[in-house]
Write a protein that binds this ligand. Structure first.
Ligand SMILES: [Ca+2]
Ligand SMILES: [Ca+2]
Ligand SMILES: [Ca+2]
Length: 451
């Protein structure tokens, strides 16, 4: 157990720290580095207020709070960088007509900004807002008249565009699919000439946007790239109702009511050609992080797609092995964005790329280059004055074993210096590289004295 009397919820990893709300009060945001000492309060909100939602944009953490009780009160957006200086209040809104759903919610990151939906009780509008992390930069993008309740939903980022479901413009029976580039003028209904309304649900899968919506009272499944020509019906149920969406094994699943049956699940194969990602792993004999002439490939090394982004190989992560020439290939991939990592073989340390991983996006049928990984046999690298100088030059920067990151956490930092001090003058043997330091000063002094 890391710490007593905490009940974490809404957990999210940002910049190597786990952020979470304490459910005991729902008034405190904490972060945790996996140790008791590193589990600290980041920010809290006053009594009578509760934390609601958490989101990250880069290393900035945004969260929302709402005054408790019905009727009057405020909802707020906050931002923190987690450095212990508390949180910055970015904006307050009067709670909207339906206090249960007034927001802010649907928090989505795109191009360094946070986008979200909020029901503003002062102006009585349901709106799409954005924030750059400053109070001055927390501004509305687009508003809808909120005669009823929370019309903006399913806010989703896809590349450089946002998609959401909101009440349609004049001529639309009910809700429509909208897209936005994050500006007021760049917000419009998708494929307005098709008059798809109501739109029930929205999903990103296989690198595309899918949605369910009726056209002339007939329920259909649609795929869109945001353009008129790229908005096509994939399935026509013949009935009126079409509802929720899911994606599994290359197919799109949806619920629909076709008139003859009840509400039943339907499936349609998603329309894409499989994509390929290929790259290599080389023997970085001179451990400089680059592939030089004469540095050959390393065979039989496991490479995986880190689907859940936890940095580890899990059962659900697809794997492959490098061939005799050190090349790895992933085939048959649905379009999407993938993070590629390797399982560094015993006796080796990774020298490239930075972050020990690479992230690439493939579209339908594409062949895309993945990262080239460099590994060096650790027993060939003396931990000597040369390595110390390299480490010192790269101190506090992102790095690899090539630049002084001895413990493999991706940053050249004090822990690495301690490990170097302990092992100074030796060649690191496999498995002997410690990751934490307890008796660091004596060891460091000893190493310094030896010179
Ligand atoms: Ca090299
Ligand atoms: Ca994983
Ligand atoms: Ca390190």
């Amino acid at each position: 157990m890391v710490k007593d009397n905490l009940l974490p919820a809404d957990m999210m990893v940002v910049g190597g720290q786990l952020y979470f709300f304490d459910v005991n009060s729902y008034q405190a945001l904490w972060k945790c580095d996996g140790t008791a000492a590193g589990t600290v309060l980041v920010a809290d909100v006053p009594a009578g207020t509760q934390l609601r939602q958490l989101a990250a944009v880069g290393n900035q953490v945004f969260f929302t709070s709402e005054d408790l009780g019905s009727g009057a009160g405020y909802e707020r957006l906050w931002r923190t960088d987690g450095t212990g200086t508390g949180a910055v209040l970015l904006h307050s809104w009067q709670k909207g007509m339906d206090v249960e759903t007034s927001g802010p919610d649907n928090l989505v990151a795109m191009n360094g900004n946070l986008y979200f939906r909020v029901d503003d009780g002062a102006t009585n509008t349901d709106g799409l807002w954005k924030s750059d992390g400053t109070a001055a930069g927390t501004v509305p993008v687009f508003t809808l008249p909120a005669q009823y309740r929370s019309f903006i939903s399913h806010l989703t980022a896809m590349g450089n565009e946002l998609y959401f479901i909101g009440i349609g413009p004049s001529g639309f029976p009910w809700t429509a699919l909208w897209k936005s580039d994050g500006t007021t003028v760049g917000t419009s209904v998708v494929a307005p000439g098709e008059t798809i309304s109501p739109v029930a649900s929205l999903l990103t899968a296989y690198g595309a946007i899918f949605f369910t919506g009726e056209q002339n009272s007939v329920g259909k499944l649609w795929q869109t790239d945001g353009t008129d020509a790229g908005t096509v019906a994939l399935a026509d149920t013949g009935g009126a109702g079409v509802y929720d969406l899911g994606a599994v094994n290359g197919s799109i699943l949806f619920d629909a009511f076709d008139g003859a049956h009840g509400v039943e699940p339907w499936a349609v194969p998603a329309d894409y050609a499989p994509a390929t990602i290929a790259g290599s792993i080389f023997d970085d004999a001179n451990h400089n992080g680059a592939r030089d002439p004469g540095e050959g490939g390393l065979a039989g090394i496991t490479v995986f797609l880190d689907l859940n982004g936890d940095g580890r190989l899990d059962a659900a992560d697809p794997t492959t092995r490098t061939d005799a020439g050190g090349t790895y290939t992933f085939t048959g991939l649905p379009p999407g964005t993938y993070t590629i990592r390797q399982v560094v073989p015993s006796g080796y340390a990774a020298t490239a790329p930075l972050g020990y991983s690479g992230t690439v996006t493939v579209s339908s049928g594409q062949l895309v280059a993945g990262p080239d990984f460099g590994n060096v046999q650790t027993s060939t690298v003396p931990l000597d004055f040369t390595y110390l100088v390299t480490l010192a030059r790269n101190y506090s920067r992102p790095g690899t074993f090539a630049t002084g990151d001895l413990n493999g956490d991706g940053v050249v930092d004090f822990d690495d210096l301690v490990i170097l001090a302990r092992s100074y003058g030796h060649r690191p043997s496999s498995g002997s590289i410690a990751t934490t330091a307890n008796s660091l000063l004596p060891a460091f002094r000893k190493a310094a004295h030896r010179r």
